[in-house]
Design a protein around this ligand. Structure first.
Ligand SMILES: [Zn+2]
Length: 211
């Protein structure tokens, strides 16, 4: 691992360097206290960030021009985020064309992360409670989504969505989880409920389901 000094005030945890085709994770983010491995035996918060940054190398305009399947998935994703923006964006919200590179990296990053979780635990372990209190019980598959949501829990005033390449935090969270049937399964969402989705309603940028 190479550790570089980053000058100036870096307000990121990680980034993708396009010219060098490299992912950089800032050292403070590697400390366990800034990510969460208390409920899961691996550092999924960090894995999500790495996945997100890696997907920047393929969720871009160049891929849209190369592949019609990717392009179709992308149109689906852009419409989904425009809709999500209308439902959950507070104030001005320009998700869609302006933010698809980040939205796509968010979605594929978490899908990848969930797949990793599901490979590491069997069904029984996925349903096992990792947190129990009077007001809340959380099983292992739900913990991953809590971890993802908590990561974007900060003041939305920080985001100027007129020019920002990222969707506002509440759109980032809701946009991703309403594209994952795994979320519906984890929280027992039923058809007709706002957070429900199934395989037919998901946008697929890559893999056999992209058309
Ligand atoms: Zn990004």
């Amino acid at each position: 691992m190479l550790i570089h000094r980053v000058d100036g005030q870096m307000r990121k945890d990680a980034y993708y360097h396009r010219e060098l085709n490299k992912v950089a994770i800032l050292a403070p983010y590697l400390y366990p206290q800034l990510t969460d491995n208390s409920t899961l035996n691996k550092n999924y918060g960090l894995f999500y960030v790495i996945g997100h940054e890696m997907f920047h190398s393929v969720v871009n305009q160049e891929w849209a021009e190369k592949s019609s399947a990717f392009n179709n998935g992308l149109s689906c994703l852009i419409s989904h985020y425009e809709r999500t923006c209308g439902l959950y964006g507070e104030g001005s919200c320009n998700s869609g064309n302006q933010t698809f590179r980040e939205d796509g990296a968010d979605l594929e990053g978490l899908r990848n992360n969930y797949e990793f979780l599901a490979k590491n635990y069997n069904e029984e372990e996925l349903n096992e409670f990792v947190h129990k209190s009077d007001s809340l019980t959380v099983n292992r598959r739900q913990a991953l989504f809590y971890l993802f949501g908590i990561d974007w829990c900060y003041s939305i005033k920080k985001i100027d969505n007129h020019t920002n390449v990222h969707s506002p935090p509440q759109v980032r969270v809701n946009g991703v989880v309403t594209q994952m049937p795994e979320f519906s399964q984890a929280f027992s969402c039923s058809p007709g409920q706002a957070m429900f989705t199934d395989k037919e309603q998901t946008c697929n940028l890559f893999g056999p389901d992209s058309k």
